[in-house]
Design a protein around this ligand. Structure first.
Ligand code: F42
Length: 145
């Protein structure tokens, strides 16, 4: 069993703890926005440790769209490299936990379609993209059989 290494950011770590401790009943929204959040359990690409990353809940049918915005910061969040190295994740959406496989969306038309869905779910993503010259990575998570 790999070790769980919590986020060094207090508010992120605390959200994960509350979300998981309550079985997906509490701590399920982003601060004062009231918008829903999922927890993505991923494997550290260097440590091999278990990482838990809250992200906005963006749904496309049975799939989830994962947006590496990090508030429009200049660098990609580290979890992006974790997912590129190890696409097997577990996603908690409130009380439901599912094994999923992620793939980074490279196709421009597919990315444009998913970006629209992401911005509809969480409008600040559009502004985050204007704050940075990097192209914000978009992943799609599909149920693993
Ligand atoms: N971030 C987003 O990018 N998009 C969202 O939609 C989003 C929503 C959201 C909602 C609620 C909430 O609480 C947080 C939310 N966040 C969102 C923030 C998100 O959860 C992450 O905190 C943020 O994206 C930064 O991700 P990060 O992976 O860069 O996290 C940093 C702070 C971190 O944990 N760093 C660790 C550390 O110790 O510094 C390293 C983590 C790691 O994965 N290490 C790797 C390993 O092998 O273990 C290797 C590290 C390396 O050097 O390569």
């Amino acid at each position: 069993m790999a070790e769980y290494l919590p986020s060094p950011r207090d508010w992120v770590r605390e959200q994960v703890e509350l979300y998981e401790r309550s079985g997906g009943i509490e701590g399920t929204t982003l601060r004062d926005t009231g918008l829903p959040v999922i927890i993505v359990t991923n494997i550290g690409n260097k440590t091999g440790a278990i990482r838990k990353t809250p992200l906005m809940r963006v749904k496309d049918g049975a799939n989830y769209v994962l947006v590496g915005s990090q508030g429009g910061a200049p660098a990609h969040p580290v979890w992006v490299y974790n997912l590129r190295a190890n696409p097997s994740v577990e996603i908690r959406d409130h009380t439901v936990v599912q094994a999923m496989r992620v793939r980074e969306v490279e196709d421009e038309a597919e990315r444009a379609r998913l970006w629209k869905i992401a911005v509809a779910a969480y409008p600040p993503y559009a502004e985050y993209q204007t704050r940075t010259t990097r192209k914000i990575p978009v992943f799609v998570a599909e149920p693993r059989q």
